[in-house]
Design a protein around this ligand. Sequence first.
Ligand code: UD1
Length: 369
Amino acid sequence: MSQPRTILVTGGAGFIGSHTCVELLSHGHDVVVVDNHQNSVPEALHRVEKVAGRSLTASYVLDVRDRDALSGVFATHPVDAVVHFAGRKAVGESVRMPVEYYDTNVGGTTALLEVMSRHGVHRLVFSSSCSVYGVAERMPLNENDPAAPVNPYARSKWTCEQILADVCAHRPEFTVHALRYFNPVGAHPSGNLGEDPCGVPDNVMPYIAQVAAGLREHVTVFGDDWPTPDRTGVRDYIHVMDVAEGHRIALERPAPTGMHLLNLGSGQGTSVLQLIEAYHRASGRPVPYRIGPRRPGDVPELVADGSAAEAVWNWRPTRDLARMCQDSWRFQLHNPRGYRPQSLSDRAVREPDATAPPQHHRAAFRSNA
Ligand code: UD1
């Protein structure tokens, strides 16, 4: 199959989606975005265009479960492949709202598959998660280790993977990559694109960034009684631009039809205390912390065996922990209020043209949902 040129990115305004759009645009692909902005803002797409120095072909405010609206997008653009990020991703919220998680994550994926089939599009990169492994018995984790998801978010991703495997088994024209991300962090090195958590950050890296910036008092370390070397939780942090690159490689490298399941991680375990120390070094700011109780649903350690991606693609992540912290800090400094309008004093640290986003198209297929 020749290289896909026009890529539809669902959830393209989100954290990983927006960085992937930049990566695709920068490598000459045409990109169409659909996003319902439930957990993202349109400003992220203006930033994508500014950072990439190219415009998106189009962007639409719609929910992928709205099959008619989604079908209209496929009818308008010669879509060669889809990258599917759109979904809900907060573990704690998934425990409170399991039905919404299945509806959005599983229902969104089946709607997308149906519309892709209708339009003869058979190439998909799916956003999965290391959380499908659950509490694993040994590290690092490879793709043959059993899945044992422990919360509705993780189970919804695992369910999607199984649906995709069934589709590939019975529809031989499909090529699907399900990429299991470990912990994506950091930001685009320009400082213009990053993670824009709404409200109090759930994840540790944006929380640390806000503490370093003086916006929050201290980090609460969730438990110092884990069976790990310094007794705090260990994760495999991977730079978001490496994750974005992984998606581009999945689309560009020739791949046989069928289901391809790959971990995207650095292979390096980092504890919460090590992460705090690395951020302190990168930012030059104090990062005070306090030890608190364990967070329900947490696991002690998750580290990837990334050898399958390396064997298949001859590719591995290259940006180290120091770079992840430096790039996160640059985004935090330039955007203390995330993508919301900056105050006058905040604007002083931004580039002069940052307030003049390029025009982009939207909402021709507005969802009625
Ligand atoms: C979880 C999911 C992951 C999902 C990600 C994004 C699991 C196992 N992982 O990652 O699939 O993509 O959320 O929502 O379900 N920590 C603190 N203090 C804090 C916040 C976190 O100490 O304020 C610790 C946690 O206990 C953990 C580490 O930092 O040890 C990373 O936590 P977090 O950034 O929330 O990511 P995960 O829970 O690993």
